[in-house]
Ligand binder design. Structure first.
Ligand SMILES: [Zn+2]
Ligand SMILES: [Zn+2]
Length: 783
């Protein structure tokens, strides 16, 4: 931010003059050690006055020489505390006061309009880690050690301002030593709301899968370590919810977890004790290791280190050439991992498709048959929050799941939102966004809204933000799809509340808007929205669209030629139906059965002819232009999968397959596919015919699948680049879940070097970013 220099042209006399100013600061300024920083700085500069928190931020009144006031302002802006972020700053000269000799921190005030950003939870700082490892420190081995520079925030906050009485620590009375630290502005724990120690704070308990207490405190931790060593599966309570945890080097344990959880294929995240351990399992660039070790401590997707990694169970991420690794982020995780000294599978504890579990009772009820024991603690989690998932592509951060460490994500908008604007997001990977004052806030990942539990979690998250920000929705923005739970909620809210309005934004336009919002961009862009399926205009299912768009609207200038989803929703779960639909455009069932394609031959002929009838008569066979669905069909054709076990699986498998050969090998084999654009329609069928022709070609080619996978993605990237070349002056947006494919996105970047691509920054390109796109539209469409 700008630091206006206010000191030129002022002579020495006016610099030594005593003045009094009122400073108002907003942004991430509460719960991050801001007031003690102010206190220490004021003392050092011999300034008197006071500071206090309120729901718009922090106010500081300072009295002293102009010279020292200027020094104060400069330090505040240039070197604020590590977790703070100043979004706005104002200074007003006020009357000096006679009775002013000291600087103090005053009691917080609660006002009407909450404008202060809620900080995300942050991983343990080095000072706290040093203390838990020091046998002479009162925090030795204490799993809930934290300070103003680290620890929980969003997950334990109930209301603003961020004070202990408004957190889940309210019921823990501080012991003398903690109270002393809490009240000493020179202590690192000054007003660290979750501050506690073994004498006064939360503690661990180890229970059976049915809730019988087996051990407490330090013994609970020791027994947890031995249970994990012997191959047991535990639910362990962390910051934003429970993890299901087992020894990642124990094949039997990991397989057992897969069986009990009925999760055959979706990769598990792995927690490593430190960077050195992570490096034995994965390969990465300096930027990737930095990301892995950052204060946000996200799950980072990294390439496997096949040369060194011999220890990890093969069931951790079957068939995928990448691993999701993360490092310990609470003292509890640090203590566990340093005792175990081996990687742990740590995956969110939930029932399939449901939100993360935050209370032990739910583990006993819903996952009692999955876990052998539960490591619980008595600090309640008020707001559930999953782990964030990220990757680096060409040196740029891409957030796949925005959650712990990053969310709530607060963007400062220079303009002012006129009415409280609420964006409800999509159906899958739902998150919600809030516009008020100068703030655009994106919630943590909520999840897929297919179950009642998920809808309840959605409603709870909404309620949390409404309460925190004293937010009353006036202008609502939802997806055009009327059956999304989020769209239904918006409609119902507007029907039952006067003076509210509901706008709908087309899904793929919202994808493009989300990246525009990340860059606070409003002018025209050329956007590519490559996705699963979303409702387009005239009841069509879109997902492979190019649009000329600005903040007001879009024109669809290119799209994939639609193909059928035989059985509609069933085709999404069983994409062999999509593969068949594409093949039926070229072959009769009899011709098809005669082809030498293994995935076809594994299907009973009766199934093929029944599906042909549906396709031919256009019964229950909606058309779609989705590129995500084309990936699904190709993964089936290549025999990489049969049914979809998890979203994005086809993309990951095709990418892993393509990485088995090099670019040079592809060139040497002289293989390439074309996706012609005719009157704004990319000719899907022509591309598919080329793929099938190569698959059937007698040409002997080792690992033909890898050549096909690579040529397929190259061809998509070229289609993007060719269209972009027609609009050389427009910035580009590449959005939609398909662009999480590293190979595809890197190829696009390679081919588009001459053009500006708006970065996604911290906003997910998948449906997790939709709410922010909707919000960006909403705040530009109100009086
Ligand atoms: Zn700390
Ligand atoms: Zn204490």
């Amino acid at each position: 931010m700008d630091i206006p220099s206010q000191v030129h042209d002022i002579d020495a006399r006016s610099l030594s003059k005593i003045e009094r100013v009122e400073l108002t600061v907003s942004g991430i300024v509460q719960g991050v050690g801001f007031r003690p920083f102010v206190y220490r700085l004021a003392k050092a500069l011999q300034l008197c006055g006071f500071t206090f928190n309120h729901s718009q931020g922090v106010t500081i009144e300072l009295q002293g020489t102009r010279l020292n006031i200027d020094k104060f302002v400069r330090s505040l802006k240039q070197t604020p505390p590590p977790l703070a972020r100043i979004d706005s700053f104002s200074e007003q000269v006020i009357a000096t006061q006679h009775e002013c000799s000291k600087f103090e921190i005053k009691q917080s005030q609660a006002n009407d309009d909450a404008q202060v950003a809620v900080s995300a939870d942050k991983s343990s700082c080095q000072d706290c880690l040093d203390e838990i490892n020091d046998p002479n420190n009162r925090h030795y081995h204490y799993p809930f050690t934290n300070c103003t520079n680290c620890g929980p925030r969003y997950t334990l906050i109930n209301a603003l301002p961020y004070d202990r009485k408004n957190t889940s620590m309210a019921t823990f009375e501080m012991c003398d030593q903690c109270a002393k630290a809490y009240n000493d502005p020179l202590d690192r724990r000054y007003h660290a709301q979750p501050v506690s120690c073994p004498r006064c704070g939360p503690s661990l308990s180890l229970t059976s899968a049915t809730g019988d207490i087996l051990a407490t405190k330090e013994t609970a931790l020791e027994q947890t370590v031995s249970l994990l060593k012997q191959g047991d599966i535990l639910a362990i309570k962390g910051l934003g919810g429970f993890h299901l945890v087992c020894d990642a080097t124990n094949e039997v344990a990991v397989t057992k977890l897969r069986q009990r959880k009925q999760r055959p294929a979706k990769p598990f995240a792995v927690m490593c004790s430190d960077l050195a351990m992570a490096k034995t399992l994965a390969k990465g660039s300096d930027a990737e290791w930095q990301l892995l070790s950052s204060a946000e401590r996200p799950i980072t997707l990294l390439a496997r280190n096949n040369e060194q990694d011999t220890s990890l169970s093969s069931s951790v991420a079957p068939g995928i050439d990448r691993l999701g690794l993360f490092l310990p982020y609470t003292p509890l995780h640090h203590l566990l991992l340093s005792e175990l000294n081996r990687p742990l599978v740590a995956t969110s504890a939930n029932r399939s498709g449901e939100p993360i579990i935050t209370a032990a009772d739910e583990i006993y009820t819903h996952l009692g048959d999955v876990v052998d024991a539960v490591l619980d603690h008595n600090r309640p989690i008020l707001n559930g929050c999953d782990d964030s998932v990220v990757q680096m592509i060409n040196g740029q951060l891409q957030v796949i799941r925005l959650a712990r460490g990053y969310a709530p994500l607060t963007l400062h908008w220079q303009q002012q939102v006129s009415a409280h604007t609420l964006a409800l997001g999509a159906q899958q990977k739902n998150s919600i966004a809030f516009g008020f004052g100068h703030n655009l806030v994106l919630s943590p990942h909520i999840g897929d809204l297919f179950s009642l539990e998920a809808e309840q979690y959605f409603i709870n998250t909404l309620a949390t933000f409404k309460r925190l920000y004293r937010f009353t929705p006036q202008y609502l923005v939802s997806d055009k799809h009327p059956e999304y739970a989020s769209s239904r909620w918006a409609k119902q809210y507007c029907q039952t509340h006067d003076n509210t309005e509901n706008s709908q934004v087309q899904h793929h336009f919202a994808h493009i808007l989300s990246i525009m919002a990340a860059n606070q961009y409003t002018d025209k862009v050329l956007g590519f929205s490559f996705d699963g399926t979303g409702l387009g205009d005239e009841q069509q299912l879109w997902g492979g669209e190019a649009m000329l768009a600005d903040v007001h609207g879009y024109r669809r200038i290119a799209h994939l030629k639609p193909f059928a989803l035989i059985g509609n929703e069933q085709a999404i779960k069983d994409p062999r139906r999509i593969m068949l639909a594409l093949l039926f455009e070229q072959y009769t069932p009899d011709e098809l059965i005669a082809l030498n394609i293994a995935p076809i031959q594994s299907l009973p002929t009766s199934v093929i002819s029944n599906l042909y009838q549906l396709w031919h008569k256009k019964v229950a066979s909606q058309q779609t232009s989705s590129i995500g669905r084309l990936f699904d069909a190709l993964a089936c054709l290549l025999g990489l999968m049969q049914k979809t076990q998890f979203e994005g699986q086809a993309g990951m498998l095709i990418e892993a397959c393509a990485n088995q050969i090099s670019a040079q090998q592809l060139i040497a084999a002289n293989i390439h596919f074309d996706l012609p654009l005719v009157d704004g329609v990319w000719q899907t069928d022509m591309l598919w015919q080329q793929i099938v022709a190569l698959l059937l070609a007698p040409k002997p080619l080792d690992n033909k699948n890898a050549f096909i996978a690579r040529a397929f993605m190259d061809c998509l990237a070229r289609a993007v680049a060719d269209l972009a070349a027609q609009y050389p002056s427009l910035p580009l947006v590449l959005s939609g879940g398909v662009f999480q494919n590293r190979y595809l996105l890197s190829r696009c970047h390679d081919l588009l070097k001459q053009q500006q691509i708006l970065p996604s920054k911290q906003v997910p390109v998948n449906d997790g970013g939709i709410a922010l796109g909707q919000l960006w539209y909403g705040i530009h469409h109100q009086q």
